[in-house]
Design a protein around this ligand. Sequence first.
Ligand SMILES: O=P(O)(O)OC[C@H]1O[C@H](O[C@H]2O[C@H](CO)[C@@H](O)[C@H](O)[C@H]2O)[C@H](O)[C@@H](O)[C@@H]1O
Length: 383
Amino acid sequence: MDVKPNHSSVLTDPIPINKSRLGIPSGLFGYSQHDPSLSPSKRIKIPRRSLDDVRSNGWLDAMKASSPPRKKKEYNNSELVSNDCSTDTEDYRSWMLDYPSALDSFEQISIFARNKKVAIFLDYDGTLSPIVDNPDCAFMSEAMRATVRDVAKFFPTAIISGRSRDKVYELVRLTELYYAGSHGMDIIGPVSQTVPNGHSDCLISTNHQGKEVNLFQPAREFLPMIDEVFRLIVENTKEIKGSNVENHKFCVSVHYRNVEKQNWTTIAQSVHDILTNYPRLRLTHGRKVLEVRPVIDWNKGKAVEFLLESLGLTNKDDVLPIYIGDDTTDEDAFKVLRENNRGYGILVSPIRKQTNAFYSLREPNEVMKFLQLLVNWKKRQQG
Ligand SMILES: O=P(O)(O)OC[C@H]1O[C@H](O[C@H]2O[C@H](CO)[C@@H](O)[C@H](O)[C@H]2O)[C@H](O)[C@@H](O)[C@@H]1O
């Protein structure tokens, strides 16, 4: 099957990560022997700060590149991304030749989807909700909620978020969906007859409604370590005005969106110094956020594969997965779909970006329109 529109080659994740941690074997099950010597006590000695650390390993450059420029406008005490950001520039238009609008390309997508089982995977922040200054206020609109509910009536639908599963569920509040929190490290999927890909640590559990579900948490043994690091980062960054640290169960988010630019080095250095003592944790970059997570071979792409298997949707000839996301961490999922021409990744971005996606949308409003087109198309198909 060929799902490729006529695109030029794509680049992999351009954002550098902490290379010092990459030497560590990252096989998913490579961590299973818990080594207490790798888990330092809370009284760790913070190494003397050297600004060169975060500069030379590329953290600062990645931080500067981590979010599109925004025009501010006030709305319900939140700062919304204005959709007149930069999408009308010649630069963006030429980028769209390679990553066409999924709205404009809907007919082509629907022709390809005909007679296929479509599965929908959605990122949350920046995809279903606008990017706002306060992560606790990243609400999705009622119109978006109704649209996602409709989507789930017609297609298996999952949210795959960097937030903890509970936090993203609190924001979405739709029982019809599957949820993967902590960048896919905490998945609630359907109970399947076979254990997806032989993963031994799948548990049968019950969801909020008492329904039987499959719970998969490949980084379970990292819980105490993540908790410890969360508290250390909170303690070490509390003097940095505007910093905000979130515990997402299997990963930690360190936000610098509201930190003055001249203090970005300080926040990066604090996190860097702490991680020096945790070789089994690594750092990735999101939109004005540093993400601390376990060194395991698991990400949003693996979560998509896991869910497709759980749903019995592995036959690439009659299944079309569509993943919509806005962030660097979504690239792993785009890549999985691009490999073997398996499905379509759609990048939500008002600026040109290197991406493994096939299509683009500018902002969450366009995501909603695209989802509505899908629902209407399916309704027409069913007559
Ligand atoms: O995978 P996602 O669902 O997209 O989650 C990624 C991160 O999203 C949140 O942070 C981002 O959105 C915030 C609210 O708009 C914004 O203030 C922040 O700058 C963005 O990085 C969430 O708070 C993080 O924990 C997630 O990892």
